[in-house]
Design a protein. Structure first.
Ligand code: CA
Length: 238
């Protein structure tokens, strides 16, 4: 198999060097872009496997870069942002980014996110022909509408089941409050975001019968939720 190629979009040369030196040491191929315009062109010309995208670019907002690339490509995009404001992350995720890292980030963190993304795009643990979803002890039978944890059936309300299906079909990806409430209720009013928290809390409880059970659903405070693969769990703790 060819080596994975990563497009690194970053106008800060020091950060770009840190990333490319790391990628090279890990055996990834990479190409770089310093502007939004050149990033869009590089994405179209070289068809990279993953894009690492800085949000603050000199010519164009990173969110606009995501929108343009998403008009023809589903390539995983991991946003790297110096801005700690949640709204930037949320806009990026709503525009189709898969994940985010906040500067300053560690090299270990970057590599961990890349490994998770690579496993996801290589379809590890996915069987598209099957109506079964498996994640550790959790099994969802989409056809039967049935959820089990080990041998026990998990009794979910229709809303909880819809939420779980949405998260599982996007496993590994952070889904924003807005995305989730629009998918489930068709709107994203504050009241539905408040209800979402309540539904999510009970769903998480049902999926964690004991305190030492693995947490399948990760909360991103102020942003949204993500289902993580149990085998990827350690990757999110670095
Ligand atoms: Ca920048």
């Amino acid at each position: 198999m060819d080596k994975t190629q990563i497009l690194v979009v970053e106008d800060d040369i020091q950060v770009q060097n840190l990333i490319t030196v790391t990628l090279k040491a890990e055996g990834y191929r990479y190409l770089t872009a310093q502007t939004g315009q050149s990033a869009v062109i590089a994405a179209a010309t070289h068809n990279p496997d993953v894009i690492l995208l800085d949000l603050g670019l000199p010519d164009m907002d990173g969110v606009e870069v995501i929108r343009r690339i998403r008009s023809w490509s589903n390539v995983p995009i991991i946003v790297i942002s110096a801005r700690s404001e949640d709204t930037d992350k949320i806009d990026a995720l709503d525009s189709g980014a898969d994940d985010y890292l906040t500067k300053p980030f560690s090299v270990a963190e970057l590599l961990a996110r890349l490994r998770v993304t690579m496993r996801r795009i290589n379809g590890v643990g996915f069987d598209t022909a099957s109506s079964l979803f498996r994640n550790g002890a959790l099994t969802i039978d989409y056809a039967a509408g049935c959820v089990t944890l080990g041998r026990e059936e998990v009794r979910l309300t229709p809303i909880e089941y819809k939420l779980l299906c949405l998260l599982s079909r996007n496993v590994g990806k952070v889904l924003t409050h807005k995305y989730i409430t629009q998918s489930i209720w068709g709107n994203s009013l504050d009241s539905t975001t408040a209800s979402l928290r309540v539904f999510m809390a009970t769903l998480r409880k049902k999926l964690m019968p004991s305190p030492d059970s693995p947490a399948f659903i990760q909360t991103h405070v102020g942003v949204g939720y993500r289902m993580i693969r149990v085998e990827d769990k350690t990757e999110y703790m670095t």
